[in-house]
Ligand binder design. Structure first.
Ligand code: FAD
Length: 341
């Protein structure tokens, strides 16, 4: 039987998780991930990796909730397995606090995370500048170990990873049957998609092992997310800013905002600055497109534009993309077996 050859463009979180999902659910195919930047040099390496959804205004909420639930349940399985220490995934409890009482006190994802509840008056005493708060338990991925673990799983399933820049999807036409586009912000050039743009995020990674709870200001701009190796302090959201160089004044501002929420962070050590560009769209692009040139056709499955919430939904979107790829593989097999007249 001819093996279907699938190229996944992109080796960030979305490319690797989609490639693993394909290799585990579509038998008899060969999966190759191709990317110009590999871990630790992708946006996905910079992220805090916490599972708190970002809202995509043009994606139906029920779909976002399904993606989030599937991702949450998937990480829960990893956490209950012997894979957990290598994968760098852990449960984390903490607080989301608001300076003004939000209109929507129960977000759509409140019944997916564990133990969601309004904070008590006694808990709120820790945050004298805030009026309202929510406590819950969710997952966090330590991004670099998680990406490494995904890559290892892909290789164990027979997949490959190649470093290469793609200027035009047609470069892949002679070697692959199906292309999966997980190129994030790269789709602006590669697919001429003007709807995707960067939202710059600068964060600090610090050593502060006494911090065990997450704290997130309700507007999502200031946050403290402890991981296994370090604590991520954030952040910024700078629309259309492509600058990947850290700004020292911004770092000072982040540290001072985080210390206002958690004064013990003044003793944090080994401060490293990281910058990433969130690949933002009003809706994640998850669809099949058939490119046509001359008489040739090239099926492309898009899975990109996860903005500030890729970690929160990655397994859900990987499964939906894999379903589209399965349909494509079935069509290809039918055409291979069609009797030639
Ligand atoms: P990327 O990681 O950017 O990967 C894109 C890949 O495509 C790269 O390998 C690149 O080399 C490749 N590529 C692009 N163009 C080409 C080309 N022409 N040829 C070959 N390869 C190409 N999300 C959460 O859910 N929780 C969080 O706590 C969180 N925190 C964040 C904090 C910051 C500061 C930032 C910046 C983001 C955060 N995010 C968070 C968002 C999350 O990081 C992104 O949604 C996610 O990483 C997007 O993954 P991606 O694989 O689409 O993109």
């Amino acid at each position: 039987m001819t093996k279907t050859k699938i190229a996944v463009v992109g080796a960030g979180l979305i490319g690797l998780s989609t490639a693993v999902c394909i290799s585990e659910s579509i038998p008899g195919c060969r999966v190759t991930v191709i990317a110009d930047r590999l871990s630790p040099n992708t946006t996905s390496d910079v992220a805090a990796g916490i599972l708190i959804p970002h809202v995509y205004p043009d994606t139906p909420i029920h779909q976002q909730k399904q993606w989030f639930r599937e991702t949450f349940d998937y990480l829960s399985e990893i956490c209950n397995s012997s894979q957990v220490s290598e994968a760098g995934v852990h449960l984390i409890s903490g607080w989301q606090v608001f300076k003004t009482i939000p209109e929507e006190k129960t977000p759509f994802w409140s019944d997916v995370v564990l133990g969601f509840r309004t904070m008590t008056e006694k808990e709120m005493k820790k945050f004298p500048q805030h009026k309202f708060g929510q406590a819950f338990t969710t997952f966090k991925c330590d991004c670099q170990p998680y990406l490494l673990w995904l890559k290892k799983r892909l290789k164990e399933n027979g997949g490959h990873v190649h470093a290469r820049k793609i200027e035009d999807m047609w470069e892949l036409h002679s070697d692959y049957d199906i292309i999966v586009n997980c190129s994030g912000l790269g789709s602006r050039k590669l697919m001429h998609d003007r709807e995707i743009y960067p939202i710059r995020g600068q964060v600090l990674k610090v050593h502060a092992p006494w911090i065990r709870h997450f704290i997130r200001d309700g507007d999502g701009l200031t946050y403290i997310y402890p991981g296994i190796r370090d604590v991520t302090l954030g952040g910024t959201r700078q629309k259309d800013d492509w600058n990947l160089s850290p700004d020292p004044n911004t770092s000072k501002g982040i540290l001072s905002r985080c210390c206002a929420l958690e004064p013990s962070l003044r003793a944090a050590q080994d401060i490293k600055v990281r910058v990433g560009l969130r690949p933002t769209r009003s809706a994640v692009r998850l669809q099949k497109e058939v490119l046509v040139r001359g008489g040739a056709k090239l099926p492309v499955i898009h899975n990109y534009g996860h903005g500030g919430g890729g970690f929160s939904v990655h397994q859900g979107t990987a499964r939906e993309a894999t379903q589209l790829i399965k349909e494509c593989v079935a069509e290809l097999e039918m055409s291979r077996h069609k009797p030639k007249l």
